[in-house]
Design a protein around this ligand. Structure first.
Ligand SMILES: *[C@@H]1O[C@H](CO)[C@@H](O)[C@H](O)[C@H]1NC(C)=O
Length: 416
Protein backbone atom coordinates (compact mmCIF):
# COMPACT_ATOMS: atom_id res chain seq x y z
CA UNK A 1 0.00 0.00 0.00
CA UNK A 2 2.92 2.29 0.63
CA UNK A 3 5.71 3.07 -1.76
CA UNK A 4 9.13 1.74 -0.73
CA UNK A 5 10.32 5.16 0.41
CA UNK A 6 7.25 5.88 2.48
CA UNK A 7 7.43 2.47 4.10
CA UNK A 8 11.03 3.03 5.14
CA UNK A 9 10.10 6.38 6.50
CA UNK A 10 7.24 4.90 8.48
CA UNK A 11 9.51 2.23 9.94
CA UNK A 12 12.20 4.66 11.01
CA UNK A 13 9.52 6.79 12.45
CA UNK A 14 8.23 4.09 14.74
CA UNK A 15 11.53 2.41 15.50
CA UNK A 16 13.63 5.42 16.33
CA UNK A 17 12.54 7.29 19.45
CA UNK A 18 14.72 10.15 18.37
CA UNK A 19 12.77 10.66 15.16
CA UNK A 20 9.45 10.45 16.96
CA UNK A 21 10.34 13.81 18.51
CA UNK A 22 10.43 15.29 15.06
CA UNK A 23 6.74 15.51 14.50
CA UNK A 24 4.65 18.59 15.12
CA UNK A 25 0.92 19.16 15.44
CA UNK A 26 0.26 21.51 12.54
CA UNK A 27 -2.74 23.16 14.21
CA UNK A 28 -0.36 24.31 16.95
CA UNK A 29 2.56 25.04 14.67
CA UNK A 30 0.60 27.42 12.44
CA UNK A 31 0.28 30.91 13.93
CA UNK A 32 -2.14 33.34 12.33
CA UNK A 33 -2.41 37.02 13.06
CA UNK A 34 -4.25 40.11 11.84
CA UNK A 35 -1.84 42.98 12.29
CA UNK A 36 -2.91 46.60 12.83
CA UNK A 37 0.15 48.06 14.58
CA UNK A 38 3.84 47.12 14.20
CA UNK A 39 3.96 45.99 17.86
CA UNK A 40 1.29 43.33 17.13
CA UNK A 41 3.92 41.29 15.27
CA UNK A 42 5.69 40.25 18.47
CA UNK A 43 2.61 40.25 20.69
CA UNK A 44 1.54 36.63 21.29
CA UNK A 45 -1.86 37.67 22.65
CA UNK A 46 -3.03 38.53 19.12
CA UNK A 47 -2.02 35.13 17.69
CA UNK A 48 -4.64 32.54 16.82
CA UNK A 49 -4.40 29.00 15.49
CA UNK A 50 -6.25 26.89 12.92
CA UNK A 51 -9.09 24.60 13.88
CA UNK A 52 -8.23 22.36 10.95
CA UNK A 53 -5.13 21.77 8.87
CA UNK A 54 -5.97 18.32 7.46
CA UNK A 55 -6.62 19.62 3.96
CA UNK A 56 -3.02 20.82 3.76
CA UNK A 57 -1.17 18.40 6.06
CA UNK A 58 -3.24 15.20 5.90
CA UNK A 59 -5.70 13.64 8.31
CA UNK A 60 -3.18 13.36 11.17
CA UNK A 61 -2.54 17.12 11.04
CA UNK A 62 1.13 16.45 11.62
CA UNK A 63 4.30 17.70 9.94
CA UNK A 64 7.26 15.36 10.13
CA UNK A 65 10.93 16.24 10.25
CA UNK A 66 11.09 19.32 12.48
CA UNK A 67 11.51 20.15 16.13
CA UNK A 68 9.94 23.36 17.40
CA UNK A 69 8.21 24.06 14.10
CA UNK A 70 6.53 27.44 13.73
CA UNK A 71 4.66 28.45 10.61
CA UNK A 72 3.78 32.12 10.72
CA UNK A 73 1.10 33.57 8.48
CA UNK A 74 0.60 37.18 9.50
CA UNK A 75 -1.81 39.42 7.62
CA UNK A 76 -2.16 43.20 7.46
CA UNK A 77 -5.56 43.75 9.12
CA UNK A 78 -7.27 45.42 6.16
CA UNK A 79 -5.61 44.58 2.85
CA UNK A 80 -4.39 41.18 4.09
CA UNK A 81 -0.86 41.63 2.69
CA UNK A 82 0.92 38.55 3.98
CA UNK A 83 4.08 37.79 5.95
CA UNK A 84 5.02 34.11 5.68
CA UNK A 85 7.81 32.52 7.71
CA UNK A 86 8.80 28.98 8.63
CA UNK A 87 11.00 28.55 11.72
CA UNK A 88 12.26 25.50 13.64
CA UNK A 89 14.93 24.59 16.15
CA UNK A 90 16.13 21.52 14.28
CA UNK A 91 15.36 19.47 11.21
CA UNK A 92 16.15 15.89 10.14
CA UNK A 93 18.66 15.51 7.34
CA UNK A 94 18.77 12.82 4.73
CA UNK A 95 22.45 12.12 5.31
CA UNK A 96 22.25 11.59 9.07
CA UNK A 97 18.69 10.41 9.62
CA UNK A 98 17.97 8.72 6.27
CA UNK A 99 14.58 10.41 6.14
CA UNK A 100 13.31 13.49 4.46
CA UNK A 101 11.41 16.25 6.24
CA UNK A 102 7.96 17.22 4.91
CA UNK A 103 8.02 20.13 2.52
CA UNK A 104 6.09 22.45 4.83
CA UNK A 105 6.90 25.58 2.90
CA UNK A 106 5.81 24.03 -0.39
CA UNK A 107 2.49 22.92 1.08
CA UNK A 108 1.70 26.42 2.34
CA UNK A 109 2.80 28.01 -0.93
CA UNK A 110 0.21 25.87 -2.70
CA UNK A 111 -2.63 27.64 -0.89
CA UNK A 112 -1.39 31.20 -0.39
CA UNK A 113 -1.24 33.45 -3.46
CA UNK A 114 2.07 34.85 -4.70
CA UNK A 115 2.99 38.34 -3.55
CA UNK A 116 3.57 37.56 0.13
CA UNK A 117 6.75 38.67 1.83
CA UNK A 118 9.12 36.67 4.06
CA UNK A 119 10.73 39.77 5.50
CA UNK A 120 9.35 41.43 8.65
CA UNK A 121 10.68 44.90 7.76
CA UNK A 122 8.99 44.77 4.37
CA UNK A 123 5.79 43.69 6.04
CA UNK A 124 5.95 46.60 8.50
CA UNK A 125 6.33 49.03 5.62
CA UNK A 126 3.29 47.45 3.91
CA UNK A 127 1.38 48.17 7.14
CA UNK A 128 2.02 51.87 6.63
CA UNK A 129 0.04 51.64 3.38
CA UNK A 130 -3.02 50.35 5.24
CA UNK A 131 -4.28 53.94 5.56
CA UNK A 132 -4.84 53.85 1.77
CA UNK A 133 -6.89 50.69 1.97
CA UNK A 134 -10.62 51.30 1.50
CA UNK A 135 -13.38 48.66 1.58
CA UNK A 136 -14.34 47.25 -1.82
CA UNK A 137 -17.71 47.72 -3.51
CA UNK A 138 -20.82 49.43 -2.20
CA UNK A 139 -21.84 50.03 1.41
CA UNK A 140 -24.99 48.06 2.37
CA UNK A 141 -25.20 48.43 6.12
CA UNK A 142 -23.48 50.08 9.10
CA UNK A 143 -23.85 48.93 12.72
CA UNK A 144 -22.15 49.38 16.05
CA UNK A 145 -21.15 46.94 18.76
CA UNK A 146 -20.47 48.01 22.31
CA UNK A 147 -17.64 46.28 24.15
CA UNK A 148 -16.39 46.78 27.70
CA UNK A 149 -12.76 47.20 26.67
CA UNK A 150 -12.99 49.00 23.36
CA UNK A 151 -16.16 51.08 23.78
CA UNK A 152 -18.36 51.58 20.75
CA UNK A 153 -17.02 50.06 17.55
CA UNK A 154 -18.43 50.66 14.07
CA UNK A 155 -18.71 47.99 11.38
CA UNK A 156 -19.64 48.17 7.72
CA UNK A 157 -20.98 45.54 5.35
CA UNK A 158 -20.05 45.98 1.69
CA UNK A 159 -21.11 44.16 -1.44
CA UNK A 160 -18.29 43.57 -3.92
CA UNK A 161 -17.59 41.66 -7.12
CA UNK A 162 -14.54 40.81 -9.21
CA UNK A 163 -14.84 44.01 -11.23
CA UNK A 164 -13.69 46.03 -8.15
CA UNK A 165 -10.00 46.92 -8.71
CA UNK A 166 -7.71 44.81 -6.52
CA UNK A 167 -10.57 42.68 -5.24
CA UNK A 168 -9.60 39.43 -6.99
CA UNK A 169 -6.14 39.43 -5.37
CA UNK A 170 -7.57 40.45 -1.98
CA UNK A 171 -10.11 37.62 -2.16
CA UNK A 172 -7.35 35.11 -2.90
CA UNK A 173 -5.64 36.14 0.32
CA UNK A 174 -8.91 36.15 2.27
CA UNK A 175 -10.04 32.69 1.18
CA UNK A 176 -6.86 31.05 2.54
CA UNK A 177 -8.52 31.32 5.98
CA UNK A 178 -11.18 28.83 4.85
CA UNK A 179 -8.57 26.04 4.92
CA UNK A 180 -8.01 26.60 8.64
CA UNK A 181 -11.57 27.14 9.82
CA UNK A 182 -13.96 25.22 7.55
CA UNK A 183 -13.72 21.43 7.75
CA UNK A 184 -14.33 20.81 4.06
CA UNK A 185 -13.32 24.05 2.41
CA UNK A 186 -12.73 24.63 -1.26
CA UNK A 187 -11.59 27.68 -3.16
CA UNK A 188 -13.96 29.19 -5.70
CA UNK A 189 -13.46 30.49 -9.22
CA UNK A 190 -14.03 34.15 -8.45
CA UNK A 191 -13.98 35.05 -12.15
CA UNK A 192 -17.45 33.59 -12.65
CA UNK A 193 -19.62 36.72 -12.62
CA UNK A 194 -22.49 34.94 -10.86
CA UNK A 195 -20.62 35.23 -7.55
CA UNK A 196 -21.54 38.02 -5.14
CA UNK A 197 -19.23 38.85 -2.24
CA UNK A 198 -20.30 40.43 1.03
CA UNK A 199 -17.56 41.76 3.28
CA UNK A 200 -17.56 42.95 6.89
CA UNK A 201 -15.07 45.63 8.02
CA UNK A 202 -14.34 47.23 11.35
CA UNK A 203 -13.46 50.93 11.37
CA UNK A 204 -10.60 51.75 13.71
CA UNK A 205 -8.38 54.65 14.52
CA UNK A 206 -4.63 54.70 13.90
CA UNK A 207 -2.72 57.91 14.50
CA UNK A 208 -5.86 59.99 14.00
CA UNK A 209 -6.82 58.33 10.72
CA UNK A 210 -9.74 55.96 10.08
CA UNK A 211 -8.62 52.53 8.88
CA UNK A 212 -10.57 49.42 7.95
CA UNK A 213 -9.93 45.90 9.26
CA UNK A 214 -11.30 42.76 7.61
CA UNK A 215 -13.77 40.94 9.90
CA UNK A 216 -15.35 38.27 7.72
CA UNK A 217 -17.20 37.55 4.52
CA UNK A 218 -19.78 35.55 2.64
CA UNK A 219 -19.89 34.29 -0.93
CA UNK A 220 -23.21 33.79 -2.72
CA UNK A 221 -23.76 32.15 -6.10
CA UNK A 222 -26.69 33.39 -8.22
CA UNK A 223 -28.31 30.30 -9.72
CA UNK A 224 -30.61 30.80 -12.65
CA UNK A 225 -34.22 29.66 -12.27
CA UNK A 226 -36.39 29.19 -15.34
CA UNK A 227 -37.64 31.43 -16.90
CA UNK A 228 -36.51 34.73 -15.42
CA UNK A 229 -35.64 34.32 -11.74
CA UNK A 230 -32.50 33.73 -9.71
CA UNK A 231 -31.95 31.74 -6.57
CA UNK A 232 -28.97 33.12 -4.61
CA UNK A 233 -27.23 30.29 -2.79
CA UNK A 234 -24.95 31.02 0.15
CA UNK A 235 -21.75 29.10 -0.40
CA UNK A 236 -19.16 30.11 2.18
CA UNK A 237 -19.31 32.21 5.29
CA UNK A 238 -16.50 32.98 7.68
CA UNK A 239 -16.16 35.40 10.56
CA UNK A 240 -12.44 35.53 11.41
CA UNK A 241 -11.72 34.05 14.88
CA UNK A 242 -10.80 37.31 16.70
CA UNK A 243 -14.29 38.61 15.85
CA UNK A 244 -16.35 35.50 16.56
CA UNK A 245 -19.11 35.61 19.18
CA UNK A 246 -19.80 39.33 18.67
CA UNK A 247 -22.89 38.98 16.49
CA UNK A 248 -21.25 39.72 13.11
CA UNK A 249 -22.56 36.52 11.50
CA UNK A 250 -26.17 37.53 12.21
CA UNK A 251 -25.55 41.09 10.99
CA UNK A 252 -23.99 39.77 7.80
CA UNK A 253 -26.70 37.23 7.04
CA UNK A 254 -29.47 39.73 7.75
CA UNK A 255 -27.88 42.37 5.52
CA UNK A 256 -27.43 39.82 2.73
CA UNK A 257 -31.01 38.64 3.10
CA UNK A 258 -32.38 42.19 2.99
CA UNK A 259 -30.25 42.95 -0.07
CA UNK A 260 -31.71 40.02 -2.08
CA UNK A 261 -35.26 40.69 -0.86
CA UNK A 262 -35.09 44.05 -2.59
CA UNK A 263 -34.38 42.44 -5.99
CA UNK A 264 -37.59 41.44 -7.87
CA UNK A 265 -35.84 38.70 -9.87
CA UNK A 266 -34.89 36.74 -6.72
CA UNK A 267 -37.10 33.73 -6.03
CA UNK A 268 -35.72 32.63 -2.67
CA UNK A 269 -32.44 32.41 -0.81
CA UNK A 270 -30.85 29.03 -0.11
CA UNK A 271 -27.56 27.64 1.18
CA UNK A 272 -25.15 25.03 -0.12
CA UNK A 273 -24.64 22.13 2.27
CA UNK A 274 -25.34 24.23 5.39
CA UNK A 275 -23.59 23.38 8.67
CA UNK A 276 -25.54 23.00 11.92
CA UNK A 277 -24.24 26.35 13.09
CA UNK A 278 -25.33 28.02 9.91
CA UNK A 279 -28.85 26.60 10.26
CA UNK A 280 -29.08 27.99 13.81
CA UNK A 281 -27.87 31.38 12.65
CA UNK A 282 -30.34 31.37 9.77
CA UNK A 283 -33.23 30.39 12.04
CA UNK A 284 -32.39 33.31 14.32
CA UNK A 285 -32.17 35.81 11.47
CA UNK A 286 -35.34 34.59 9.73
CA UNK A 287 -37.35 34.66 12.95
CA UNK A 288 -36.15 38.21 13.52
CA UNK A 289 -37.33 39.14 10.02
CA UNK A 290 -40.68 37.30 10.22
CA UNK A 291 -41.80 38.17 13.72
CA UNK A 292 -43.45 41.38 12.57
CA UNK A 293 -45.47 39.79 9.75
CA UNK A 294 -49.27 39.72 10.34
CA UNK A 295 -49.63 36.03 9.43
CA UNK A 296 -47.14 35.11 12.21
CA UNK A 297 -48.97 37.18 14.88
CA UNK A 298 -49.29 35.47 18.29
CA UNK A 299 -53.04 34.78 17.93
CA UNK A 300 -52.48 32.99 14.56
CA UNK A 301 -49.72 30.67 15.73
CA UNK A 302 -51.81 28.15 17.67
CA UNK A 303 -54.00 27.60 14.58
CA UNK A 304 -51.12 25.84 12.85
CA UNK A 305 -48.75 26.42 9.94
CA UNK A 306 -50.89 28.24 7.40
CA UNK A 307 -50.93 29.00 3.68
CA UNK A 308 -50.88 32.69 4.64
CA UNK A 309 -47.58 32.23 6.45
CA UNK A 310 -46.05 30.44 3.47
CA UNK A 311 -47.21 33.14 1.07
CA UNK A 312 -46.24 36.12 3.20
CA UNK A 313 -42.75 34.75 4.01
CA UNK A 314 -42.23 33.98 0.31
CA UNK A 315 -43.59 37.25 -1.11
CA UNK A 316 -42.15 39.69 1.39
CA UNK A 317 -38.94 37.99 2.49
CA UNK A 318 -38.10 35.34 -0.18
CA UNK A 319 -38.16 32.64 2.46
CA UNK A 320 -39.10 29.18 1.21
CA UNK A 321 -41.72 26.93 2.78
CA UNK A 322 -39.28 24.69 4.63
CA UNK A 323 -37.56 27.59 6.35
CA UNK A 324 -40.87 29.33 7.06
CA UNK A 325 -42.06 26.18 8.82
CA UNK A 326 -39.12 26.36 11.26
CA UNK A 327 -39.80 30.05 11.87
CA UNK A 328 -43.40 29.18 12.69
CA UNK A 329 -42.33 26.47 15.15
CA UNK A 330 -39.96 28.84 16.95
CA UNK A 331 -42.49 31.67 17.17
CA UNK A 332 -45.17 29.24 18.32
CA UNK A 333 -42.89 27.90 21.07
CA UNK A 334 -42.27 31.46 22.22
CA UNK A 335 -46.01 32.11 22.34
CA UNK A 336 -46.89 28.84 24.11
CA UNK A 337 -47.18 28.41 27.85
CA UNK A 338 -45.33 25.09 28.10
CA UNK A 339 -46.36 24.64 31.74
CA UNK A 340 -49.93 24.18 30.48
CA UNK A 341 -50.04 20.43 29.81
CA UNK A 342 -52.60 20.53 27.00
CA UNK A 343 -50.83 23.32 25.17
CA UNK A 344 -47.45 21.67 25.64
CA UNK A 345 -48.78 18.37 24.22
CA UNK A 346 -50.30 20.14 21.24
CA UNK A 347 -46.96 21.80 20.55
CA UNK A 348 -45.00 18.56 20.89
CA UNK A 349 -47.33 16.78 18.48
CA UNK A 350 -47.07 19.61 15.98
CA UNK A 351 -43.27 19.46 15.86
CA UNK A 352 -43.06 15.67 15.98
CA UNK A 353 -45.48 15.42 13.07
CA UNK A 354 -42.92 17.21 10.93
CA UNK A 355 -39.99 15.28 12.35
CA UNK A 356 -41.82 12.00 11.81
CA UNK A 357 -42.01 12.57 8.04
CA UNK A 358 -38.64 10.92 7.20
CA UNK A 359 -39.34 8.00 9.58
CA UNK A 360 -42.64 7.27 7.91
CA UNK A 361 -40.86 7.11 4.58
CA UNK A 362 -38.31 4.72 6.08
CA UNK A 363 -41.07 2.51 7.29
CA UNK A 364 -42.65 2.32 3.86
CA UNK A 365 -39.29 1.31 2.40
CA UNK A 366 -38.85 -1.31 5.07
CA UNK A 367 -42.29 -2.72 4.31
CA UNK A 368 -41.42 -2.93 0.62
CA UNK A 369 -38.16 -4.70 1.42
CA UNK A 370 -39.95 -7.23 3.60
CA UNK A 371 -42.10 -8.32 0.68
CA UNK A 372 -38.99 -9.41 -1.16
CA UNK A 373 -37.56 -11.45 1.68
CA UNK A 374 -38.36 -15.12 2.35
CA UNK A 375 -40.26 -15.62 5.63
CA UNK A 376 -37.32 -17.39 7.30
CA UNK A 377 -35.16 -14.39 6.57
CA UNK A 378 -37.41 -12.16 8.54
CA UNK A 379 -36.45 -11.78 12.11
CA UNK A 380 -39.77 -11.95 13.87
CA UNK A 381 -39.29 -9.17 16.39
CA UNK A 382 -37.55 -6.88 13.90
CA UNK A 383 -40.49 -4.62 13.35
CA UNK A 384 -41.16 -4.17 17.07
CA UNK A 385 -37.57 -3.25 17.73
CA UNK A 386 -37.66 -0.79 14.92
CA UNK A 387 -40.66 0.99 16.28
CA UNK A 388 -39.03 1.22 19.68
CA UNK A 389 -35.76 2.65 18.29
CA UNK A 390 -37.62 5.00 16.05
CA UNK A 391 -39.61 6.22 18.98
CA UNK A 392 -36.47 6.98 20.96
CA UNK A 393 -34.82 8.67 18.02
CA UNK A 394 -37.86 10.81 17.41
CA UNK A 395 -37.97 11.88 21.06
CA UNK A 396 -34.26 12.69 20.94
CA UNK A 397 -34.54 14.83 17.81
CA UNK A 398 -37.54 16.61 19.28
CA UNK A 399 -35.54 17.47 22.41
CA UNK A 400 -32.60 18.71 20.31
CA UNK A 401 -34.82 20.85 18.10
CA UNK A 402 -36.58 22.46 21.05
CA UNK A 403 -33.27 23.13 22.78
CA UNK A 404 -32.02 24.97 19.70
CA UNK A 405 -35.29 26.87 19.48
CA UNK A 406 -35.04 27.93 23.13
CA UNK A 407 -31.55 29.34 22.56
CA UNK A 408 -32.84 31.36 19.62
CA UNK A 409 -35.73 32.70 21.71
CA UNK A 410 -33.29 33.68 24.49
CA UNK A 411 -31.03 35.41 22.00
CA UNK A 412 -33.97 37.35 20.55
CA UNK A 413 -35.05 38.39 24.05
CA UNK A 414 -31.54 39.58 24.90
CA UNK A 415 -31.46 41.75 21.77
CA UNK A 416 -34.86 43.32 22.41
C1 LIG B 1 -2.58 45.64 -0.91
O1 LIG B 1 -1.74 44.50 -0.94
C2 LIG B 1 -1.10 44.26 -2.16
C3 LIG B 1 -0.31 42.96 -2.01
O2 LIG B 1 0.47 42.96 -0.85
C4 LIG B 1 -0.23 45.46 -2.54
O3 LIG B 1 0.33 45.25 -3.79
C5 LIG B 1 -1.10 46.72 -2.55
O4 LIG B 1 -0.28 47.84 -2.78
C6 LIG B 1 -1.81 46.91 -1.24
N1 LIG B 1 -2.69 48.06 -1.28
C7 LIG B 1 -2.91 48.84 -0.22
C8 LIG B 1 -3.83 49.98 -0.42
O5 LIG B 1 -2.41 48.63 0.88
Amino acid sequence: LHSQGEMEQLLTYFVSPKLAEYKCDTNEAISLKLVRFPEDVDDDSTTFHPEYSHQVFGDDEVAFGYKGLQIQLFYAAGNLSTLFKVKYTSKVTETFDCVEADDVEGKIREIIPAGFTCNTDDFISLLEKEANFKPFGTLLHTYTVHSEEAGELTYQIHKADVTCPGFREYHERLQTFLMWFIETASFIDADDDRWDFFLVFEKYNKDGETLYATVGYMTVYNYYVYPDKTRPRVSQMLILPPFQGEGHGAQLLEAVHRFYCSLPKVQDITAEDPSENYVKLRDYVLVKLCQGLPSFAADKLHLGFSADMIKEAQDKLKINKKHARRVYEILRLRATDMSDEDKAREYRLEVKKRLFGPYRKNQRELAKMRKCLRPEELVSHMSQMDTQTQHEELEKSYQDVVEDYRRIIERLASQA
